[in-house]
Design a protein around this ligand. Structure first.
Ligand code: CU
Ligand code: ZN
Length: 179
């Protein structure tokens, strides 16, 4: 009787493979909602990534963040370990560029424009990125490639030119983007 569950193993494997095949077959994700956490692990809202044209658009709906202008980027690892979020790595940079829209050697695929948090600590803002796709993870510039990426909000604004991160200060919120 003890070996009975073994009979189920091939069936389970078949089911998993079928699901994987279906998932790959349907290919691209068109939308991804990411939960953002601050350095203390508190929920500070969401970033909803949608495919737009040949890139993506990111709808930020955040709360409990310091008022003012903040940098937001895609970073290379889908890993948001508090409190410093260093685990997210550098900016997502499949094209091996330098940082910043105003940098002659720039810019990283993960670079985006700053957004502003209101005095009450909230923001509803839309930023875009023409250099990345959601895709299915097989494209080099897919946010889902190599296990995924992260979206990171910084303490300060991005100056759009200082390598490697626009002099944007601490990482104050992070959300993993996983396949
Ligand atoms: Cu960043
Ligand atoms: Zn950058």
């Amino acid at each position: 009787m003890k070996d009975k569950p073994l009979y189920r193993v091939p069936a389970v494997i078949a089911l998993v493979l079928t699901c994987a095949a279906v998932a790959l077959g349907t290919g691209k994700s068109a939308k991804k909602t990411v939960e953002l956490k601050d350095a203390k692990g508190n929920d500070v809202g969401t970033a909803t990534i949608v495919s737009k044209g040949t890139g993506v658009e990111v709808k930020l709906d955040v709360k409990n963040l310091p008022a003012g202008e903040h940098a937001v980027h895609f970073h290379q690892n889908a890993k948001c370990d508090p409190p410093d979020f260093k685990s997210a790595g550098g900016h997502f940079n499949p094209g091996s560029k330098k940082h910043g829209f105003d940098n002659p050697e720039g810019h990283h695929a993960g670079d985006m424009r700053n957004f502003t948090v209101k005095e009450n600590g909230t923001a509803k803002a839309t930023v875009s990125d023409a250099d990345v796709v959601l895709g299915n993870g097989s494209e080099p510039n897919s946010l889902l490639a190599n296990g995924g990426t992260a979206i990171v909000i910084h303490a300060k604004a991005d100056d759009y030119k200082t390598d490697p991160s626009g002099n944007s200060g601490d990482r104050i919120a992070c959300g993993a983007i996983t396949p």
